[in-house]
Design a protein around this ligand. Sequence first.
Ligand code: SF4
Length: 452
Amino acid sequence: MPSVYIKTYGCQMNERDSEAVSAQLVAKGYTLAASESAADVILLNTCSVRDAAEQKAIGKMRTLAAEMRRHRPEVVLGFMGCMAQSRGRELIDKLPDVDLVIGTQKFHRAADHLDEIFAGKRDKVVDVAEEQGSEATIREHVLNGIGASKPVTAFVSIMQGCNQRCTFCIVPDTRGAERSRTIADVVAECRELVARGVREITLLGQIVTSYGRREIPVRDGKSGFVQLLEAVHEIEGLERIRFTSPHPKGYGDDLVEAYARLPKLVESAHLPVQSGSDAMLKAMHRGYTREKYLGIIGKLRGVRPQMGVTTDIIVGFPGETEADFEDTLSLAREVEFDNAYIFKYSPRRETPAAEMPGQLPRAVKEERNARLLAVINEIGARRYENYVGRQAEILVEGPSKRNPARLMGRTRSNKIVVIDGSERHRGQLMDVKVTRAGSFTLYGDPAIINVE
Ligand code: SF4
């Protein structure tokens, strides 16, 4: 059977989609290639959040197409994911060597389309239609991929799409309206993962806190999302639960209270703020104010004082004044984020913000990016330094990426800790003493490890 290589751009949702497609292809008899040069099919799973991400994938496909045309013309080339959804047939018109374009609601059809191409039944396939129930099709996992040992952590997609329509964001167009899987379906997938050795699950969605808003009635004051957290929490053998990406408007008292009550829900929140200025938050259509956001952080730290908080921030949004930007700097200092992903505003086609007056020059965005980064790094370094000398529980995930001779795990607050250890420690919860802090990494002394 043909072998497939998928190259993934963008967020964790894309990583998860690629994994599910890989697993679906393996189930149909395809094999996974270790590199592009060994593959009969090369798929690029694309991101549309910034124009640069789209250009990167298009550039990559151009290079691949030129190479394959010369040396291996039989190789099937395809785009999948967000850019495939938003550009559709245009991609084949632009790059005629592309054989397959699969949209975000059609990942599960990849194997069928490839079968037809290999059988010579179809030449080019563009499949970007909406499909009812597609949110429940991202469920297979590659638990024994190429060279992979049994994974300790796993991502589970619980919903697709977003209805928020932030004015800068293309996601509602590439991923469609919010659709959620059932609680029973998600729990069944989590149970299966735990039975195969997974100990930490991250629940995934474009706006994960909106899970079940339409499908699951509020019960005893608890949203569908909190009901799902409770159900996943019941799974025996599961040690930790995380979720991403939430929206601040989803942090009602029921969710804050869930942190107080569900010990497997770790003290870590990636809570995108985007700006510290109310004027900008309004122009972005974020649906909360600075005060509301600060209130949520206060409540979360009230129930879990060790809560690690990370965020996403956009600098240089249209109309952002120096005073607006300073509001963002002051919010970063007030919250004391553990880390932040900073994005220089980049206009996306067919989004309201792209047409707004007050588009800022690149130099202003660069300068604000550098100033904010300096503040985030300074606060992060301090917060990481605070761990030195303290004990922390880590879940050992496997070899460290930078130094495979050592192991890495994460604290409950989502900080990477590098330790010495051996394969038998993988999947263990350990208490380590933190001896040193590097750049957004902690180091633990193996001599004082207590194996559970
Ligand atoms: S909440 Fe806003 S930024 Fe997040 S996916 Fe939805 S529209 Fe995009």
